[in-house]
Design a protein around this ligand. Structure first.
Ligand SMILES: Cc1cc2nc3c(=O)[nH]c(=O)nc-3n(C[C@H](O)[C@H](O)[C@H](O)COP(=O)(O)OP(=O)(O)OC[C@H]3O[C@@H](n4cnc5c(N)ncnc54)[C@H](O)[C@@H]3O)c2cc1C
Length: 420
């Protein structure tokens, strides 16, 4: 009987295993694959993730310059004195985090695929292909297709609808692009989506992030078209040394699950829906949710046995945390607002080219350098009135409520943020 079994060792699972291991709990981490394992991702990491976890690698690419290409083809280049983000292939990041977990005392068993979690009779049973393990508590960190969430009935009906599917090409690089922007965003593809080109040390990571239902043709076809169209400066300048392998994966865009806990289990990372749907950033939410889950589990396990009542505290903390629940909720609304009318998005990018404050706010938003509720209020102070009126005319219902701060029972206009 273990104290905690962590299912999955992406950023969320490894973080939970590390923290609980550091606090002296008997932790077993089960991973279906073997590190270093492939994870389809853009590989962009926010500054607090890299610096907070001391990630080091010769392949870390500093991002100081970003290019935003508007739906009509207008190009906006924004530069910053400080590092905006880093690029690093996920196999390196995730191996680093898994190693930290093992160093903290967690036992890692790879090649162990978890089929289900069953709770009852004072324990949680973690069912694997041949046999099972037992624990006082479980952390479900098994990503988008979480077996843990499904087996405990924590995924609402129809949850798979409204998520994003992203095809990604790994284009090998020849040529030296070190002076070029490390991030390029092409806004307004496939409906409310965008394409990205991220410069890594030896390849370009090129992908499209869009809602599954918005693709007009197969996502891989849309990506191939983008690769061939010649819109991207980075792609044009790169001396390609190959066609590039194309892989695809889902991102949860539906926001945090209404229920992240059961009697003995907490969901973290993609399994719980902790992704910013405006930017697609999920590593930061994975780590932050795992930190909160570890805090709650530690408190509960030190006092006695877990219960639904005790673990419900995790949901409250996630939803109330500015850097997690609030940003994710506001991020979804911002996505609806910014992508609901491509002419408005175009206008906004052109305005950011003329107005330094707006340019800075855009960087703050894309790289989550400040809390979203504060940023949104500031954006609407900076924007000229006629642009706000246009935004209100084109915005879908929820986004109007966000802007006006009215009629949403979860939105507190006096504080400009969502209620916990
Ligand atoms: C195309 C794409 C691009 C993205 N780009 C970015 C980006 O640039 N920056 C960013 O911050 N985020 C990005 N994201 C989001 C980010 O990848 C995820 O939010 C993040 O990986 C979530 O971490 P996690 O630990 O919750 O899950 P994962 O990283 O998915 O890890 C889950 C782990 O669980 C294991 N597992 C799964 N099922 C089982 C099972 N049944 N039993 C045992 N183990 C299991 C898996 O093998 C895996 O190791 C992107 C996502 C996609 C799809």
């Amino acid at each position: 009987m273990r104290d905690v079994i962590v299912v999955g060792t992406g950023p969320a699972g490894s973080t939970a295993a590390r923290i609980l291991g550091e606090h002296g709990f008997d932790v077993l981490a089960l991973e279906a694959k073997r590190h270093p394992r492939r994870k389809v991702c853009g590989g962009a990491l926010s500054v607090p993730v890299v610096e907070g976890l001391g990630i080091e690698s010769d392949d870390l690419v500093e991002v100081r310059k970003s290019i935003f290409v508007s739906p009509s083809g207008f190009s906006l280049e924004l530069e910053s004195d400080s590092v905006l983000a880093y690029n690093l292939p996920r196999e390196q990041t995730d191996s680093w985090l898994a190693r930290l977990a093992v160093e903290a005392g967690a036992e890692l068993r790879e090649g162990e695929f978890v089929r289900a979690v069953i709770e009852g009779e004072g324990r949680a049973r973690v069912i694997i292909r041949r046999g099972e393990y037992e624990a006082r508590a479980v952390v479900g960190a098994d990503g988008f297709g979480s077996r843990v969430a499904a087996s405990l009935g924590l995924r609402p009906r129809g949850w798979f609808r409204g998520n994003a599917f992203c095809p990604v090409a790994y284009v090998p690089l020849g040529g030296d692009l070190r002076d070029a922007a490390a991030h390029e965003f092409h806004m307004g593809l496939a409906g409310a989506g965008y394409a990205w080109v991220f410069r890594h040390s030896d390849h370009l990571n090129v992908g499209i992030g869009a809602l599954v239902e918005n693709y007009g043709s197969l996502p891989t076809e849309e990506l191939r078209r983008f690769l061939e169209e010649g819109r991207s400066g980075l792609l044009a300048r790169a001396a390609r040394t190959g066609g590039g392998e194309i892989l695809g994966s889902y991102i949860p865009y539906n926001g945090i699950l209404g229920r992240l806990y059961s009697e003995r289990t907490l969901l973290v990372g993609d399994a719980g829906g902790f992704v910013n749907a405006l930017t697609g950033e999920g590593v930061r939410g994975a780590i932050k949710s795992a930190e909160l889950a570890s805090d709650v589990l530690r408190e509960v396990l030190e006092e006695g046995e877990p219960s639904e009542e005790g673990l419900a505290e995790y949901q409250r903390r996630c939803e109330g945390e500015e850097d997690l629940g609030v940003n994710i909720a506001v991020g979804r609304e911002m996505r609806d607002l910014l992508f609901s009318d491509l002419r408005f998005l175009d206008d906004l990018l052109r305005f950011a080219a003329e107005d330094d404050d707006m340019g800075r706010l855009l960087l703050d938003l894309i790289y989550t350098r400040r809390g979203y509720s504060e940023l949104v209020r500031e954006m609407f102070r900076v924007l000229p009135k006629r642009k706000i009126l246009r935004a209100l005319r084109v915005a879908p219902g929820p986004a109007i409520r966000l802007v006006g701060g009215i009629s949403d029972p979860h939105f507190d206009p006096s504080r400009g943020r969502f209620r916990a």
